[in-house]
Design a protein around this ligand. Structure first.
Ligand SMILES: [Zn+2]
Length: 436
C-alpha cells in the first residue's frame, strides 16, 4: 500500500512537473533543422584539426548561441572544440560532481552533407519510406524494425541525395535545448554542467586535442547514440595487426633462382582467414578479424588486419590466431620473411566504467523518467568517450533518437529529439538528487 502511495505521489509529481515546465525558446526540432543545413563534413588524412574549415561555421554559431543561453566560459579552442559551462543552481554545487555532455559537430566523410534538405514525414503510419530525390533510397520496415515503434511520430529524413546529419547534430541540438530548458526553468535543480562540441569525431582526430582538465567535468556522456533508450557503456577492445611479407625482387628477365615474389605468400595468408570470424559473418557480442587493406609487390607485401573483441582474452586469442596464420604461411614460403606487428588502438571502456556503475544507472533512471524503456547495447566500434574514459574522464554514450548513421537513409524523429532532450534534463536532475 505504501508503495502504491509513493508511486502515485511520484506520478503526480512528474505530471505537475511536466505541466509546469516552461518550453524552450526554440523547439529542439527547429534547432536541429537549422544545424543540419550547415555542411560540416570532415575529411580523412588531413594533418590538421579540424580537418575541414567549414566545421568552424557551426562551432562559432554554437558558441554564440551558448552565450545567448547564459552559458559561461564559452570558448572555441584553436582546434575548433567548443567548450562552455552551465553553472549549477544548487545551494552548494560542490556537493554534486560536474557532469560533462559532449556531442560532435562533424558528419561522416562517406556521404555528402552539403545542401541537406530535411523532410518531415508527418504522422507516420507505417510502411517503407521512399526518399523523393532518389527513389532507389528506401527506408524499409524490413531493415529498420524500430520503425514500428514510430507510428504516429513525425519522421525526419534527408531527400535521398545526402545524409541527414542527425549523427551528431541531434546530440548538439538536444544538449543546446536542454540548456535552454534549464535556463527557463530555474525550479529544475542541477549541478554544474560542462559542455563540449567536438570536430572530427568521424575521422578520429578531434578527441586527441580535447582538454580534459580545462573541460572540468568529473564524469561525462557522449550524446551520440541511436534508438531511444539505448545506453552504451561498452566498446570494442581494438588492435591492428600488420603482417609483412619480405621477398626479393630483381629484373624478371634474369630472375631465375633469385626472385622471391612476396605476393604469393600474402595471397596464401589471405586464404587462411576463418570465414565465421569476419565482420560480414558476425554480429552482437561476437568479435572479428578483418583484413581491410594491404599492398602487393614482388619485393614486399603487407596485409593490415583489424582485431576486435569485447573481451581482452578474446582479443588475445585473435592476435594469437593471426600470428599462427603468419607462421603457417612462413613454413610454406621459407624464402619469404614473414613478420607480424600489432598495435593497440583502444580498449573496451567497460574496463574502467565497471568501477562507476552509477553512470549507467543514472542514465537508465533518467531514461525511465522520460517515459522510455532503457537498454544497454555494446557498441561494435569505438567512441570518443572510450578514448576519454581511458584518459581519466569516464564517458558512456547516450541515445539521440537517430538511425542509419553515415548514409542517405539516416533518420530521426520529432519524438526522438524531444525524448532524448527530456532524458538529458532528467539526467542532470538525477545527479543533483543522488550525488555520486
Ligand atoms: Zn556520431
Amino acid at each position: 500500500m505504501r508503495k502504491l502511495f509513493t508511486l502515485i505521489a511520484i506520478l503526480l509529481f512528474t505530471v505537475t512537473l511536466n505541466a509546469q515546465t516552461n518550453r524552450p525558446s526554440e523547439s529542439v526540432l527547429d534547432r536541429f533543422l537549422r544545424y543540419v543545413k550547415i555542411d560540416t563534413q570532415s575529411k580523412e588524412d588531413q594533418n590538421k584539426v579540424p580537418s575541414t574549415e567549414k566545421q568552424l561555421v557551426l562551432a562559432n554559431l554554437l558558441a554564440k548561441e551558448l552565450k545567448e543561453l547564459g552559458a559561461e566560459n564559452v570558448r572555441v579552442s584553436e582546434f575548433g572544440i567548443v567548450y562552455a559551462t552551465v553553472p549549477g543552481n544548487l545551494p552548494d554545487n560542490s556537493k554534486v560532481p560536474v557532469i560533462g555532455l559532449i556531442a560532435h559537430m562533424d558528419t561522416s566523410p562517406e556521404v555528402s552533407g552539403a545542401n541537406v534538405q530535411p523532410i518531415i514525414h508527418k504522422n507516420y503510419q507505417g510502411g517503407d519510406i521512399t526518399l523523393p530525390k532518389d527513389t532507389t533510397q528506401v527506408i524499409s520496415v524490413a531493415k529498420n524494425p524500430d520503425l514500428k515503434n514510430l507510428i504516429g511520430d513525425d519522421i525526419i529524413t534527408a531527400d535521398g541525395t545526402t545524409l541527414l546529419g542527425s549523427d551528431d547534430k541531434a546530440g548538439c541540438a538536444e544538449i543546446m535545448t536542454m540548456i535552454d530548458i534549464l535556463r527557463r526553468n530555474p525550479q529544475i535543480k542541477h549541478g554544474t554542467i560542462a559542455i563540449a562540441f567536438t570536430p572530427d569525431e568521424e575521422v578520429g582526430g578531434g578527441i586527441d586535442k580535447f582538454d580534459i582538465k580545462g573541460f572540468g567535468a568529473k564524469f561525462a556522456y557522449t550524446v551520440d547514440g541511436e534508438e531511444l533508450g539505448e545506453i552504451s557503456n561498452e566498446t570494442w577492445s581494438a588492435r591492428t595487426a600488420t603482417v609483412h611479407f619480405q621477398g626479393k625482387n630483381t629484373h624478371p628477365g634474369t630472375a631465375k633462382d633469385i626472385m622471391v615474389n612476396s605476393a604469393y605468400a600474402a595471397a596464401d595468408f589471405m586464404t587462411r582467414f576463418p570465414q565465421d570470424m569476419l565482420p560480414e559473418t558476425t554480429e552482437g557480442r561476437v568479435g572479428f578479424v578483418h583484413p581491410y587493406t594491404g599492398t602487393l609487390d614482388a619485393e614486399e607485401s603487407s596485409v593490415k588486419i583489424l582485431l576486435r573483441d569485447f573481451e581482452l582474452s578474446g582479443l588475445d586469442a585473435k592476435e594469437a590466431l593471426i600470428k599462427e596464420m603468419a607462421r603457417q604461411t612462413g613454413l610454406k614460403f621459407p624464402k619469404v620473411k614473414v613478420t607480424v606487428e600489432v598495435k593497440e588502438n583502444y580498449k573496451n571502456m567497460k574496463e574502467v566504467l565497471k568501477d562507476y556503475p552509477q553512470l549507467t544507472e543514472y542514465a537508465m533512471e533518467a531514461t525511465r523518467r522520460a517515459g522510455l524503456k532503457s537498454h544497454i547495447r555494446a557498441i561494435r566500434g569505438g567512441t570518443d568517450g572510450a578514448r576519454l574514459t581511458f584518459q581519466g574522464l569516464p564517458t558512456p554514450n547516450l541515445f539521440t533518437g537517430g538511425h542509419n548513421f553515415h548514409g542517405k537513409l539516416e533518420f530521426n524523429s520529432v519524438r526522438g529529439l524531444e525524448k532524448s532532450t527530456e532524458t538529458l534534463v532528467h539526467l542532470v536532475r538525477v545527479f543533483a538528487e543522488k550525488g555520486m
